[in-house]
Design a protein around this ligand. Structure first.
Ligand SMILES: Nc1ncnc2c1ncn2[C@@H]1O[C@H](COP(=O)(O)OP(=O)(O)OP(=O)(O)O)[C@@H](O)[C@H]1O
Ligand SMILES: [Mg+2]
Length: 170
């Protein structure tokens, strides 16, 4: 069932500056998604989120919220249309952009320890190992998880895995 047109957007003002004055951070231009198995997950969507704006996507299960977020994060390609981040085409290499993504499901490496789980995005981004290790120590200290550094997420309770993901969403 195609329920993509039922996504609703709620913008929460977070700044005293009128939002129209802020430059766009994310622009979704008639982007749509049809998965390889033929599922039409998202009808063409147009959306502009300005810097400093806090936006919620609302809609029933299966209407394409995660699909849209994954396209914005660059994890999947739009089938048609275009996405811009800070006025740059999403298809360019944008590893330098400050983008974080917290998965709906706890996508941790249960066999690996906390330190390596947190370091993974930095490893994938090609951050030198010494710099990555330093940043991992800093972030774990910041969120009070330093004592868990050698633990494996497989041993965490589900609720802890979710909290861990939220804390370390780069
Ligand atoms: N990788 C995939 N391949 C094929 N179809 C998919 C894939 N991922 C999602 N879908 C389908 O696309 C549609 C939208 O899924 P999506 O996960 O974006 O919805 P959602 O709004 O995030 O739902 P929920 O509120 O349950 O998280 C659904 O019909 C889903 O089954
Ligand atoms: Mg979802």
């Amino acid at each position: 069932m195609n329920t993509a047109n039922r996504i609703s957007l709620i913008s929460h003002d977070t700044q005293p500056v009128p939002l129209p004055a802020a430059p766009p951070a994310i622009e979704v231009l008639s982007a749509e998604k049809i998965y390889p198995n033929g599922t039409r997950a998202l009808l063409p969507v147009d959306l502009t989120i300005r810097q400093g704006e806090f936006v919620s996507l609302l809609g029933p299960s299966g209407c394409g919220k995660s699909t849209l977020l994954k396209m914005i994060a660059g994890l999947i390609e739009a089938s048609d249309g275009k996405l811009m981040l800070f006025r740059r085409d999403r298809r360019e290499n944008q590893r330098d952009l400050p983008l974080s993504f917290v998965f709906q499901e706890a996508t941790l490496m249960p066999w690996s320890n906390v330190h390596k789980n947190v370091r993974l995005p930095l490893d994938l981004a090609g951050v030198p190992r010494a710099e990555a290790d330093t940043r991992v120590h800093e972030i774990l200290e910041l969120v009070g998880l330093k004592s868990l550094v050698t633990c494996c997420p497989a041993n965490f309770l589900v609720v802890c895995r979710c909290a861990f993901l939220l804390h370390v969403g780069w």
